[in-house]
Design a protein around this ligand. Sequence first.
Ligand code: PLP
Length: 447
Amino acid sequence: MQTPDYQRLDRAHHLHPFTDFKALGEEGSRIIERGEGVYIIDSEGNRILDGMAGLWCVNLGYGREELVEAAAAQMRQLPYYNNFFKTTHPPAVKLAETLCRLAPGHLNRVFFTGSGSEANDTVLRMVRRYWALKGQPEKQWVIGRENAYHGSTVAGLSLGGMAPMHAQGGPLVPKIAHVRQPWWFGEGRSEGQDPEAFGRDCAAALEAKILELGEENVAAFIAEPVQGAGGAIIPPASYWPAVKAVLAKYDILLVADEVICGFGRLGEWFGSVHYGLEPDLMPIAKGLSSGYLPIGGVLVGDRVADTLIEEGGEFFHGFTYSGHPTCAAVALKNLELMEAEGVVERVRDDLGPYLAQRWQALGAHPLVGEARSLGLIGALELIDPATGERFDESLAVGNLCRDLCFASGLVMRSVGDTMIISPPLVITHAEIDELVDKARAALDATL
Ligand code: PLP
């Protein structure tokens, strides 16, 4: 089949996620056929630098034969079996052991899921069950953050704080509240606050929400160490220590959603390590298998796990694909490769600092109000050079910049007028140079 055939059939039969289907229009979708290293290649032979690692997940890059081999070998041996009741299999056990070794603190157990959304559904059930077993069943409220993304299932979208999703979601899961995100450029700056005072204010907003709901009613706070899909929001240094203090004061569980930040993105195995957090629960997915096969999970700390195990009896929860052997084998190989190749250390000591230096130079571009990065996640805040303020939303300048990037061979994502990158963790200096040069050219073209 040729490109137009695929495009026609795509339009006729394929409902894409997060897509205005009508807006696909005559032009149709770009057909991505192959991947090599940090590049994707379309059906016309164009090489496009994937500045988003797919959807923040292809951490080891495309075309890793070792991962293909791991999948094939496991499929020959045992393509599928489940972990319900009293059976398990070597890939799930080895992966669980490896994850608990790599995870910080007392996260000594893992519950496997098929995705990050399922991981967050699992989180919600676990925290409410935990407090019920502790004799505090009224502790049901979970506090998340505005503009956060925690998945597309009903529980995931309810925990998340994306207003357009809430508007389409029908009745949301009850007893979930949201507080402001520590987005200094978008909120603190216009309020005339310096970033550190703003970070403390955001933690104070969390405390105010806890008191409003009644501290005896609040079960958990869920947040990403760095908010990813919400706009690569790197919190001010004051934020996490102040939040930790609030949670400790009211004995509220911390759920660190590591679906994006986990597995090296911030230059540590987990974003929680970068910020010195000790989460009670840690949902994971994406980079766990470098996106080669779908797998997620929840790392569970001793406090919650011991209670669920000792006092809970059977936990009526699980998925057909929880700990799927082929997905687990690929994830295990992915982690083995990351350890053997020192991928996480290289992000921390070399690639992260190199990107920061090149990326921050874009801050001088007239269209850019702020350029920030940490490890291999980065954002540009677009502003109107005439006023120094944000553009009118209806102009959709971010989307224009994103489309110009794509046309010129770079995937960069836009969240409103915040441009985001999150490239594979195996990117080279030369490829970072190419990424930054293409981003600059797209900014020039947007002007
Ligand atoms: N949590 C975070 C922080 C995410 O970014 C995502 C997906 O982007 C999810 C959860 C949901 O993961 P999935 O798409 O695998 O269901």
